[in-house]
Design a binder for this molecule. Structure first.
Ligand code: HEC
Ligand code: HEC
Ligand code: HEC
Ligand code: HEC
Ligand code: HEC
Length: 487
């Protein structure tokens, strides 16, 4: 009898231990609920399949012309993405490919079309990346059921239609109350308030580590915790409008008129839109090259309107001690920079000259090999692997060792000490906030890793990787006396 009690107790204890271990799992994954894990997309399957953008273009010419040439339209073909995807699959296996492919080409990932990195033999639907039908089939989100309980890794439900009486019936979801002829006989329409909200974008604009669920890119969370969310200005209000309307949304918190929405999804990726224009030019498609260059111009303008700069001299006992530089996030609805903050580079270049024009202080200049010196004041982040060493790869980054981005409507201050300067009466200080898509070496490594069949010379005219272009976001000059007393 006693023995039996001991056994029962032992069994009870061991099951308790098991359930305790299970409850300690910080990020439980429901694999039945998420069949494409590590991608969290869900597909409500029926005989209604996804439709490629060229078909939508037949009736929605304007939206197509705006989307075509956007970074969304390039999401799968992007050579920098293909280089990194190739590295990821080599390092971890095709499992992880699904995570990437979900966001970069959801319909093709779920359809099982994407078997390896590269573009050869893919359908127009796959090549279209973040296409019309990916967004306009979104019927809901699973943001509160994800392993991290916030939007991550494609936590969207896609439903392109249903099994109708006479076969597949397409349904497209959008912001409008359907008109009588909505869909022109091709699709039904469904009014979807989700399409006017940041939550539509959230699932894809939060990239989490595929296993540890660490937020590597968290643009939506940055937005949600900031003033634009509180005032009801969503991603669409700054990214689905032209430049002037974006400036108004950002400055006045006024929502655009319904007629002002556009399908540009303009961000900052001037490098990719430039490459895309090159590719169209090589293919002899002047119209497409013009569309891509329009995207390029919008990206540069967005960068040049995002930030503010101020130079503030600090004196102690009448003597110039320090130069304080204040960098403000004026118009980004999230941190500046956001998302790929571990890859993007935004830094201060400062030069101070004496009254004779001699440089007495400088920081943040680019070396001949394209590198920035280690003392540069830079606003971005450094990824760190589980071994606590630096990493730039999304399958390795499980923490940040440094994260210095500027919150929406916030600022950061940087101090430059001024040493003893003999014979100097005043300084002319020149400060520039500069931006480039990536560190030169990282860009070279990614482009060197593009999968077989993607010929950078043939497609983009790239026979070698030139120095990455730098955008000057904002600059300020100030003449600063070395002492406060005038003799
Ligand atoms: C949750 C959705 C999501 C997942 C998962 C995802 N990405 Fe992305 N990826 C994005 C978004 C959004 C951007 C654009 C961010 C930006 O431009 O700042 C992006 C940008 C990139 C870029 C930069 C492209 C450029 O031209 O600068 C690379 C490279 C990239 N992703 C590779 C990958 C790889 C490899 C994986 C899988 C390990 C992956 N991504 C998984 C959403 C995702
Ligand atoms: C990244 C997601 C996304 C993609 C890709 C996308 N759309 Fe939209 N679309 C939206 C959102 C969000 C709205 C609502 C914007 C608003 O509030 O008016 C919208 C609105 C629309 C509307 C309603 C009228 C209008 O223009 O506001 C139509 C029609 C439409 N989209 C068609 C298309 C077509 C065709 C494509 C492909 C060429 C496309 N969309 C690609 C997200 C997307
Ligand atoms: C045969 C023509 C035709 C085709 C093809 C077509 N549409 Fe439409 N669609 C319409 C018409 C007509 C409307 C009514 C509104 C309008 O005139 O823009 C409409 C409206 C819409 C709306 C707005 C619905 C709302 O409630 O806000 C969306 C979104 C949309 N279509 C997406 C798409 C997508 C995505 C495709 C491709 C998969 C597509 N359409 C293909 C004719 C078409
Ligand atoms: C108030 C206007 C505003 C709102 C709202 C806004 N953005 Fe932005 N966004 C900007 C500006 C300005 C930039 C350029 C500066 C930067 O990169 O942060 C930008 C840049 C971006 C980039 C490019 C980042 C890179 O380095 O490649 C992405 C991606 C992006 N936004 C997505 C979003 C998403 C998703 C939302 C909603 C959750 C959103 N934005 C809300 C203004 C806005
Ligand atoms: C299905 C996933 C998906 C959805 C939904 C989505 N995006 Fe994106 N978005 C991406 C990916 C992937 C990229 C980057 C592609 C690349 O760089 O190769 C991107 C890029 C962008 C960029 C360009 C960033 C740059 O650096 O120039 C902007 C802006 C943007 N998205 C805004 C939005 C907005 C606004 C919404 C919601 C209306 C949205 N996205 C919805 C996947 C998505």
């Amino acid at each position: 009898m006693k023995r039996i009690i001991v056994y029962v107790l032992l069994i009870l204890c061991s099951t308790a231990a098991v359930s305790l271990a299970a409850s300690l799992d910080v990020f439980p994954v429901d694999h039945d609920f998420y069949p494409y894990y590590p991608s969290l997309f869900k597909w409500e399957k029926s005989s209604a399949l996804f439709t490629e953008p060229e078909t939508c273009a037949g009736c929605h010419e304007k939206q197509y012309a705006e989307w075509n040439g956007s970074v969304h339209s390039m999401a799968l073909r992007d050579p920098i993405y293909q280089g990194e995807l190739n590295k990821a699959v080599k390092a971890v296996g095709h499992e992880i490919g699904r995570q990437c492919e979900g966001c970069h080409s959801a319909a093709a990932m779920m359809g099982g079309e994407l078997k390896k990195p590269g573009l050869s033999g893919l359908s127009p639907m796959a090549l279209a990346g973040v296409s019309c039908d990916v967004c306009h089939s979104v019927s809901g989100t699973t943001h509160t059921r994800t392993p991290a309980r916030v939007p991550e890794n494609g936590s969207l439900v896609l439903n392109p239609g249903y099994d109708g009486k006479d076969g597949a019936q397409l349904v497209k979801r959008g912001p409008l109350k359907p008109s009588a002829d909505c869909g022109g006989g091709f699709h039904e329409c469904k009014e979807s308030p989700l399409h006017e909200q940041a939550d539509l974008c959230a699932g894809c604009h939060q990239v989490f580590h595929y296993e540890k669920h660490f937020p590597i890119e968290a643009t939506y969370n940055e937005w949600k915790e900031g003033p634009y969310a509180q005032k009801g200005i969503h991603c669409q209000d700054c990214h689905m409008v032209d430049t002037e309307t974006f400036l108004r949304s950002a400055d006045s918190f006024k929502k655009p008129e319904r007629s002002e929405y556009r399908h540009y999804f303009s961000g900052v990726n001037y490098l990719l839109t430039y490459l895309s224009a090159q590719s169209a030019t090589i293919a002899g498609d002047k119209e497409q090259a013009a569309r891509a260059m329009k995207q390029y111009d919008m990206a540069v303008k967005r960068l040049q309107s995002a930030a503010g700069l101020e130079i503030i001299p600090i004196y102690r006992d009448g003597q110039l001690q320090e130069l304080k530089v204040k960098v403000s996030n004026l118009r980004a609805g999230h941190n500046l920079p956001t998302s790929l903050s571990n890859i993007r580079q935004m830094w201060l270049e400062i030069t101070a000259k004496d009254q004779n024009g001699k440089v007495v202080m400088s920081s943040g200049t680019i070396g001949k090999d394209g590198s920035l010196t280690s003392e540069v004041r830079i606003f971005n982040s450094d990824g760190m692997g589980s071994d606590f060493h630096f990493s730039a790869h999304p399958w390795e980054i499980t923490a940040f060792s440094r994260h210095e981005t500027i919150p929406p409507r916030g600022f950061k201050e940087v101090y430059y000490g001024v040493g003893a300067l003999k014979g100097v009466k005043s300084l002319t200080v020149d400060v520039r906030l500069r931006y480039r898509s990536a560190d030169q070496k990282i860009a070279e490594a990614l482009l060197a890793a593009v999968p077989e069949g993607l010929d950078l010379a043939k497609e983009y005219g790239l026979t070698s990787i030139p120095p990455l272009p730098v955008v000057e976001m904002v600059s300020k000059q100030l003449k600063v006396p070395l002492t406060t007393h005038t003799k």
